[in-house]
Structure formats: C-alpha cells, structure tokens
Design a protein around this ligand. Sequence first.
Ligand SMILES: [Zn+2]
Ligand SMILES: [Zn+2]
Length: 257
Amino acid sequence: MKKIKWEMIKEGILDWLYPRHIKCIFCNEELDENSHNDTCVDCLSKLPFIKSPCPRCGGERNENNDGVCLNCKTNNFDFSIARSVFVYTDDIVKVIHKYKYNYLKYLSEPLAGFMTDYFATSDLSVDFITAVPLHENRLKERGFNQSELLARALGTKFNIKYLDLCVKIVDNSRQASLGFAERKANVKGAYKIKGEYKKTIKDKTIMIVDDVYTTGATTSEIARVIKDAGARDVVVFTLAHGQGDGQSEEVENKKDK
Ligand SMILES: [Zn+2]
Ligand SMILES: [Zn+2]
C-alpha cells in the first residue's frame, strides 16, 4: 500500500515537471496540430527510421545488396526475423534512456505510437505478444518494465493478446560488453517459460517486444526457450536497432548497471 502511494506521488511530480502531449519528446518545443506521437514536425522529418532493413535482423543495411547483413551471415538466431523502427542514434537513445532510467513512464505512449505505425504496415504477423522480462530486482527498482508497456500498447491497438510468458531467473545485468557468441553463452539459462502457458503457445507465433536490439543474443535465447516450449515461430520487434555491433550493448549495459 505504501509503495502504491509513493508511486502515485512520483508520477504526479513527473507529470507536473514534464507535461504530456504539450512539448515535443525530442526537442521540447511546443507541439502543434501537425505533430504526431508527441513529436514536432521538424523532429519527425529528422527521425532515423530504418529504410532498408536486413531481412533477418531488421537493422539498417549498409551493404549494397539484397542479402542479409554481415552480422546475420555469422550469427545464428533462434527467432526467425527481427524488426525495428529506428536506428540506435543519439537522439533516439536520449529519449529511450529518459523513459527507462529517469522513469518517465508516460513516454511509453508516444514511443509505442511509433511502433504501432510500423507494425500496421510491416510483414509481422503474430498470434501473441510478449516482452523481454526484467529480473525481479530490476523491476522493483524501476517500478515498470519498459518493454512490457510497449508490448501491451501494441497488443491493445491490434487486438493481440499479451502474455506474461517468461521470467528472468538469473540477475546477470552486471556484465562487461560482450560480442554475440559470448553474450549468447552468458544469457543461456537466464529465462524460463511460465508452465501455465505451454498449451496456449503450442504451434503459435509469438512476438517478443524489447526497447533496444543490441546483439540479438537475449531475444534469441528467449526465442529458444519459447520454441522449446512448443511455439511454432518467434519474431522480435524493437523500437531501436543497435546494428548488432556490440556498441549499443555497451551503452545499455553501462546504464543498466
Ligand atoms: Zn521536436
Ligand atoms: Zn541482419
């Protein structure tokens, strides 16, 4: 009870400090009738939308061909495809970090709005939505799972049921920046499916939602666990894509101490 009260007070203060739907979430300028997802027209025109995604991991392809990107040629993922809205640039990172590290929970609305826009015209077709779970220690500290809020908003918008499918059983957040292979070994066994969902997901396609795609190792491990439990296919959808080069992971891990 005490905790709920404090949460409400905290949200009230944050609402007062950062009034919603009035200022642009990127540049803090006043919004007008042409703004979209709480973003002003000027910022909308500069957002780093992914234009030519790798068919496998969804990152912006720098190579001049139609095949998969270099990372996907060497990494073996357990999800079939991943898609992201934005390239992981400084502007995007700033807003995502405000959302999860400054606890500005209301930013889930406009950020989910960009994911909604993307999903509506994407090649993603799924039966259920879930999110990358936080370890309970982290959830207690932050008060919300940033990926779950995005996932639930998508589910509500497209009438796809959200499943609280997995739990993180190992608190391995304090780790050095690792490449895909090391990271893959490091997250192995960190996630578990809740037994009661095994029947529900049998032969279904599940979409895992996360805020940032770093190396793909975490979502790949969760995909493996979900498929082992009987799902037919797993796809991944994130707000931003760090191009799988490990740099985005370094930033996220440092912040995620
Ligand atoms: Zn702006
Ligand atoms: Zn790729």
